[in-house]
Design a protein around this ligand. Sequence first.
Ligand code: HEM
Length: 414
Amino acid sequence: MAEPLADITSHDTYIDGVPRETFRYLREHDPVHWTEESDGGRGFWSLTKYDDVLLASRTTDLFSSRLGIRLEDMDPEETEARRTMMEMDAPEHTRLRRLVSRPFAPKSVAAYEDAVREIVVQILDSMQGEREFNFVQRIARELPMRMLGRLLGLPDDDLNWLVQRGDALIGNSDPEFTDYVVDQVDTSAYRLLPFRSPVSIELFEYAAQALEERRITPTHDILNALLEPTVDGESLDELALKNFFTLMVAAGNDTTRYTMTGGLLALIERPDIFASIPSMTLEQRKSLTDEMLRWTTVTMHFRRTLTQDLELRGQNLKAGDKVVLWYASANFDEDHFEHADAFLPERSPNDHVAFGLHSPHLCLGAHLARLEIRVLFEELATRWSSVDLAGPIERLRSNFISGIKTLPVSVEWR
Ligand code: HEM
């Protein structure tokens, strides 16, 4: 490799896109790679091969989520205060997941298709004929935001405010989204809050009020459903409810938005595929959606902590070591995906790890995200005869989320 390896921990690295050549080099020469951390962290192992990421995803008694799922270390007090279902292992996780999963199950999500299409049609009707715009701001940000609003039963007028807060949490390393940039500003005063950000307080307060309103006057939305005990008489306590609300606002918006954006960029480069969407079968459109998910791999990694010593590909990992599962590398592993560097909408099987895989933590919103992406592209392709890039793209400053913040496009409407 001619270039030196990119610094995979630096948020700045990703402003130019995922360092694909670095990950390719690691997969070939150093697949279980040790990184020292310069900011006082104790270092971490990177798993870059598909098979190893899968092993860590499914072997949860060895690769624990309890001590944190983000790169940065937290002290036990922080971990405890910021814990969501993502930072739990069985049986605690299993119980919570059972309590919240029904509205996200395939059957429930299938019933949302009309609502998703209605929102897409509203957005596109309101823009009919507009030739040049930022796709992210006008379309990709709007759809997941309005759909989440519908599901949670929140007023449209609150959604922009909420999504700004979600962006500030997930984009906590990008100065465009937050004043509390984790690696640039001293955020120690907020260390007990989700994402080390005071914005979490605002979301907690909002959630508390929305829940209180539903206790007084029940509604027909997911938030209300979460208040009701299950058939076994179990229910979520107030902190778990507020944490889950925050998790949905943070996890469900930008990930879907950036997948749609990266997906459109892929199709701008392959206009033949975009033009063929209206004649594709449902299975083919679903398959296109999954290739977009693999191609963009918006959530680039999550982390686990080893509970026992382990020898892996000749490396000696120790109990307590941090291990990072690089989905962004696994999804391009040539030993698993044929022509991994090509965008192949017909790829089958497409067992990508963009949502995690064979993991009890497999993305809860996976079916919803897939539905939104598919319906959006179905509607775009029937309304636009062509779409081109109309200016430079801008990427999120983050080693965690791979996202395009600005995608200027020019379109021809039919
Ligand atoms: C394209 C969009 C999305 C991507 C790429 C994505 C990615 C992921 C990934 C990689 C995980 C962790 C999997 C693991 O640890 O094995 C996850 C978990 C999760 N996601 Fe998503 N996600 C997306 C959309 C959504 C949406 C729309 C929602 C909800 C409305 C959502 C809610 C969650 C929740 C609650 C978890 C934690 C599940 C658990 O710990 O059991 N996600 N997601």
